[in-house]
Each structure stands twice: as structure tokens, then as C-alpha cells.
Write a protein that binds this ligand. Structure first.
Ligand code: ADP
Length: 212
């Protein structure tokens, strides 16, 4: 949130002189109390100032940081996810490489019927598989993929900041967005989306645009 010049001045006055009444702030700015009322309302509503009856206004430390923090925590996977790009377990490494180029993604998800997640393929997984002399069209992706239950996933309602943290901790580029479903009594995960470092970067940029 961007403050106007007068609101910045009020903040400085309260920071240096608080607790201070609205009347006293007005006096310092050579304005009337009524003129300041909307600014004071904005500053208290957005958490920069705290008003106590019969005492006056206090400055709240780190308010700007808190506002940003609140905005960040409100951002969810749902708003920023991309469409998942998947290959079948029986697909060859060759086909997976072609898919990665055609779809212009860095991470592929491997699925069985009904989009049930079984594995993940990264760029380096495919590069590694290409280093030997084997015929890549004869090697199925399920022999080289990272497989369940070792896959890190997220849900569409998860906070974006948590996902960003996970990507850093696990040193990976992306996560499948999944929905837990029951198939013949087995709890499995249906792939519904894709969250990557690019999505996080876009969310980061959107935060700046919101505040313009
Ligand atoms: P790259 O291999 O291009 O550096 P990553 O850092 O994303 O890409 O992947 C590193 C390794 O982690 C790969 O072997 C990949 O299969 C695995 N991996 C990638 N994403 C996940 C995930 N969501 N859960 C578990 N393992 C993953």
C-alpha cells in the first residue's frame, strides 16, 4: 500500500511524539482535525497506527512489513498454478524429451489412468538417461523417474509462500498440484496442476503491480 505525502508526515510525527492526539497532530501540520480524519482512519485501518481512546495515536512497528506479509499469506496455489504437462508410465524417454521441448516445460509428471500421479521427470533426469548408449525410444520413463511415495506435492489451497519454501528446501524446480482421491480403496493423488519457480516469480511480480 502506497501512502500519500501527508500520511507519511503523520507517521513521522506519531513515531517521534506518540502517544499523541489527533488535535496535536493537526496543530503540528497547521491543519484542522477534520481535514486529517480520513488520513488517520486509513492509517489506523491499515495497521500503521493504533488509536487508544483518551490517550491518542501510537506508531505500530513494522506495519508495512506486516501488510506485505498478510498479502503474501493470502496468495494461494490456485491463483498462480499452470496446466500440468504429463506423460504415461509406458512413454519412452525419447517421447518425454520431445514432450518437454514441445510443451516448453522443465518438469513432466508421469501418470497412470485417470491422471493418477506416479512419477516426476526433470530435465536432468532425461539428460542423465541420454548419456549412455541405449536406444531412448526403448527405455520407458518409469525406470528413470523419481517415483511415489518420494514426490513432493502441494494442494490448490496451499499458501504460495509455503510452496516457495518447499522448492528451496527440496532444491527442485516444480511440484505437482494434486487432489487426493480414493481408487478401489487405495488413496492416490490426481494431478490437477503444476507449480514452478516461474509461477512463484509471476506471483512476486503481481505483488508489486497490486501496490502500484
Ligand atoms: P533438474 O534435474 O533440472 O535440476 P529439479 O531440481 O527439479 O530439476 O530436479 C532434481 C531431482 O529431483 C530430479 O531427479 C527430479 O526427478 C526430482 N524432483 C523434481 N521435482 C520433484 C518433486 N516434486 N518431488 C520429488 N522429486 C522431484
Amino acid at each position: 500500500m502506497e501512502l500519500n505525502e501527508r500520511q507519511e508526515k503523520i507517521l513521522t510525527i506519531v513515531k517521534e511524539n506518540g502517544p499523541i492526539t489527533g488535535e496535536q497532530i493537526a496543530e503540528q501540520l497547521s491543519l484542522t482535525r477534520a481535514t486529517l480524519r480520513p488520513d488517520l482512519a486509513i492509517l489506523t485501518m491499515s495497521g500503521f497506527l493504533e488509536a487508544r481512546p483518551r490517550v491518542g495515536y501510537f506508531y505500530v512497528e513494522n506495519a508495512q512489513k506486516r501488510v506485505l506479509n498478510d498479502e503474501l499469506k493470502k496468495m494461494t496455489v490456485k491463483e498462480f498454478q499452470s496446466i500440468p504437462v504429463v506423460v504415461k508410465e509406458s512413454s519412452s524417454v525419447y517421447d518425454a524429451i520431445v514432450t518437454m521441448f514441445l510443451e516448453d516445460v522443465g518438469t513432466l509428471f508421469v501418470v497412470r489412468e485417470n491422471s493418477i500421479l506416479t512419477g516426476v521427470l526433470s530435465r536432468k533426469d532425461l539428460l542423465r538417461a541420454s548419456m549412455g548408449n541405449q536406444d531412448l525410444s526403448q527405455v520407458p520413463v518409469n525406470v528413470i523417474m523419481t517415483r511415489m511415495p518420494n514426490i513432493t506435492m502441494c494442494g490448490q489451497d496451499d499458501a504460495l509462500i509455503e510452496v516457495a519454501n518447499t522448492l528451496i528446501q527440496k532444491q527442485i524446480d516444480g511440484l505437482p498440484v494434486v487432489k487426493q482421491v480414493s481408487v478401489n480403496g487405495e488413496e492416490v493423488f490426481e494431478v490437477t496442476g503444476r507449480m514452478t519457480k516461474t509461477n512463484i516469480t509471476k506471483a512476486f511480480v503481481s505483488l508489486a503491480q497490486e501496490n502500484e
